[in-house]
Design a protein around this ligand. Sequence first.
Ligand code: TYD
Ligand code: MG
Length: 452
Amino acid sequence: MAKQVKSIFTCQNCGYKTGKWLGRCPDCGRWDSMVEEVTAGRGPVRGKTIIKAEAMPITSVELVHDQRLATRIGELDRVLGGGLVPGSLVLIGGDPGIGKSTLMLQALCSLAAGGSKVLYVSGEESVQQLRLRSLRLKAEDDNLLVAAEVDLDAILAMADSARPDVLVVDSIQTVFSSDLTSAPGSVTQVRESAMRLMMMAKQTGLPTFLVGHVTKEGAIAGPKLLEHMVDTVLYFEGDRNHVFRILRAVKNRFGSTNEIGVFEMRTNGLKPVPNPSAVFLSGRKANTPGSVVAASMEGSRPILVEIQALASGSHLGTPRRTVLGLDANRVALLVAVMEKKLGMHLSGHDIFMNVAGGVRIMEPAVDLAVIAAVASSFLDKGVEETTMALGEVGLTGEVRAIGNIETRIGEAHKMGFKRCIAPAANLKSSLQAGKMELVGVQSLAEAMEALF
Ligand code: TYD
Ligand code: MG
């Protein structure tokens, strides 16, 4: 019988499949994203052995405690939820050059030094390049095996014969299966490779890291399905012009998301930053107009950040609002509240905002600090160096209660802050103060009075 060759078109954005070419994907609406892929007869091989499973009462499931394998890089373990879970598949995404390969190599070196046998498979660098990199990182170990390979079957065979404790595949977009005719990096290839690696991880209990590229839009290249498939998705982000890198869990089946790890990129690799507040506040000038400190909760950890604002007279019909590190819409809303409730005429001013150190804060608990920073620049009056502002601000100019106030205040106290402007509603609860002067405010007007 002649082999049946079938042509299908796959959307490179969402993975939608159709029998004929379409200009626009009916599923995600993206134009010009359909790519022809030819499947020869039997189609993709979906894992040759399927785990045989039977349903059972949840109460008779055997509990396995504390089997996590710590990488001994504190900031990475924190984001993973305390170490690597056996059989877990971790996707780590980030812009090119941000340091994904460096982080993976360092993590493996650290594991190797701890006595684990680890395998790093790179589809982007030669083994010589990997050696050079590890020399530069001053981290080498006989337990660290490296290979330059892109063939999926070869990678699976290598893992099978070497039996490592941890596997890294850098990157999933370079891996290809010869069972499929489409090009490496296409949706079908990425999905098939990830699926087969996942099957292996689940069957053998091998924790596997997949490095993933990020598209212009900021999503991990390949179908969204990839993010659904893996257990943990980490994003490595930061401004390439800054030394700080932030590792963020956006999905974690084995731990909390929102947890972040902070690293500093040095000439000899990434250095974990166990006390980010001190680093983010370093370089702050005392009593400068336009600078206010707030405490943001990143996962379970409070981090002090410096919110900076510059309000300068505008010559433009529509004044500029340039925001880095904060939600621009939120800032626009807060500026409107300031105009209305504080009577500050900001419509004639360009406003620029930044969070020092290249951090990104999306928490409404920093609202009051944002407003204080803008007001401070607008009025050209500095806020006392050891004063911090906390609170969410509503549309009527009210200062609303926020969560984890004690933890935030505790961190501020540790960093030498003496006074905190906080929502009055928070102070009513049984707050353990004493060490700090707490000023409870109910409205923006009260907050301004307390600050300036
Ligand atoms: P890399 O890990 O290759 O990034 P990715 O895998 O995410 O593409 O990191 C490359 C960048 O990191 C490169 O611009 C140089 C810088 N770097 C250092 O500053 N110090 C180092 O020790 C290393 C290995 C890289
Ligand atoms: Mg790389």
